[in-house]
Design a protein around this ligand. Structure first.
Ligand code: IFM
Length: 458
């Protein structure tokens, strides 16, 4: 029998989702329009014209979904709150039905002894605030803080773990620089401003929630990371990797943990950056209790002076890639976690997302044999275990995602779930990976080797 790698006692195993990706009920019970409602209803923006109007219909299936989580043995569940469900206009009048929806969800989780982790912002900004400029408008940072206080007031007696933002880098870069996400703006100046206001809103919210919530509360933020590796051993590629790291990883890390932007970024965006107020920088660096880490893949970069960034990403011929065309590189998780602990020393870390999309097939008999996903998760769990042995204060792991869902610009064409969703009927069908994960949780760790495959070798 292969050895089992046991995680520390109290380590939390769970899964994550986000409001727009699963809830549906996009215009029900007083909810206001979000930028993703507007964007997905705009022809040509989303693969196949998909929208989140119905998504997984989670809004109407909360009882069933919490029962499913309990059956899988989840100990923690990370979900996000839809801001326009709480405040249809982003500010002002509160929609009582919105609060009640999350109130019921939290109660059900508590009944099932599943710890809730709440993300306050996972990209569905109220459209009314976008009409004022969205995150490029400084006022929105304060509207966010006020919205967060309303939610904290309603759920803070039961919710102990709060995440201000999910992947603010994606909000700023994909939403305002490349425009492939809502609100679909392609303007570097607006992106740099959006990033600044997202960071400010994070810091202001941490300060505000500390006043409202009790001492047992844990406050954090979730960042997406793409560790940068040089394509060759040339000094030029080493510099390229440093620039890529500043852009992809340190843009948000440095202000939060060090109170300043990385130098390389100030050079790259010399025309867009301004003399930021020291008060803003101090606010962003408000102490947090944990860092949420979203890791899927790495980037391998080659110096390229013809690019504004000074580099470009290259494909690794010998590697395997997921259905997102993301390289499978578990070693990157170990490198990332140990680096974060060494360079930034967060009080605690959680992997708030890790998982993979593959071309799942629903077989007759309603079975999905997703061995590739099992291998992917297994190999990453092993690397997380190694990181803990190396001294990383990793406290929990959330698989992305609990169920297949609306994968943003890719619509429903990419499946990340450990539970398959039949979009015709919204039926939930646990994949083989869900059963496998159930056993990992029950045993508090994976086997060192998985069926002779996925041995953690990278
Ligand atoms: O689906 C997304 C999620 O919303 C944010 N992190 C990455 C996931 C996969 O792309």
């Amino acid at each position: 029998m292969p050895e089992r790698l046991l995680f520390p006692e109290g380590f939390l195993w769970g899964a994550a989702t986000a409001s727009y990706q699963i809830e549906g009920a996009y215009d029900e019970a007083g909810k206001g329009e979000s930028i993703w409602d507007r964007f997905s209803h705009t022809p040509g923006k989303i693969w196949g014209g998909d929208t989140g109007d119905v998504a997984c219909d989670h809004y109407h299936r909360v009882a069933e979904d919490v029962a499913l989580m309990a059956k899988l043995g989840l100990q923690v569940y990370r979900f996000s709150i839809s801001w326009p469900r709480i405040l249809p206009q982003g500010k002002g009048k509160v929609n009582k039905a919105g609060i009640e929806f999350y109130d019921r969800l939290v109660d059900r989780l508590m009944d099932a002894e599943i710890i809730p982790f709440v993300t306050l912002y996972h990209w569905d900004l109220p459209q009314a605030l976008q009409d004022m400029g969205g995150w490029a408008n400084r006022d929105v940072a304060y509207y966010f803080r006020d919205y967060a206080a309303i939610v904290a007031d309603a759920l803070g007696d039961r919710v102990r773990h709060w995440i201000t933002h999910n992947e603010p880098w994606v909000t700023a870069v994909l939403g305002y620089m490349t425009g492939v996400h809502a609100p679909g703006i392609a303007d570097s100046r607006q992106a740099v401003l959006a990033a600044h206001h997202l960071l400010l809103s994070h810091g202001e919210t941490v300060r505000a929630l500390r006043d409202i919530l009790d001492d047992a509360t844990q406050l954090g933020i979730t960042l997406n990371f793409s560790p940068a590796y040089p394509a060759t051993e040339s000094p030029e590629d080493a510099v390229a990797a440093q620039k890529a790291d500043a852009f992809s990883n340190r843009w948000f890390l440095d202000p939060i943990f060090r109170g300043h932007y990385p130098e390389e970024l100030q050079e790259r965006f010399a025309d867009e950056m301004e003399e930021w107020s020291p008060d803003d920088l101090a606010a962003m660096a408000a102490p947090i209790d944990f860092l949420g880490v979203n890791y899927y893949s790495r980037q391998v970069v080659h110096a390229d002076p013809s690019q504004r960034a000074g580099y470009r990403s290259v494909r690794v011929q010998e590697s395997r890639y997921t259905d997102m065309d993301w390289e499978i590189f578990p070693q990157g998780l170990y490198d990332l976690l140990t680096r974060l602990q060494r360079d930034y020393d967060p009080a605690a870390l959680y992997i708030t997302e890790n998982g993979a999309a593959f071309k799942d097939v629903l077989e007759p008999g309603r079975r999905v044999r997703d061995q590739e996903r099992i291998d992917y998760l297994h190999d990453h769990f092993i690397k997380a275990h190694e990181a803990i042995q190396a001294g990383v204060k990793l406290r929990g792991y959330f698989v992305w995602s609990l169920m297949d869902n609306f994968e943003w610009a890719y619509g429903y064409s990419k499946r990340f779930g450990i539970v398959y969703v039949d979009y015709e009927t919204c039926e939930r069908i646990p994949k083989d990976s869900a059963r496998w994960y159930h056993d990992v949780i029950a045993e508090n760790g994976p086997l060192a080797k998985e069926n002779g495959k996925g041995t953690g070798v990278s």
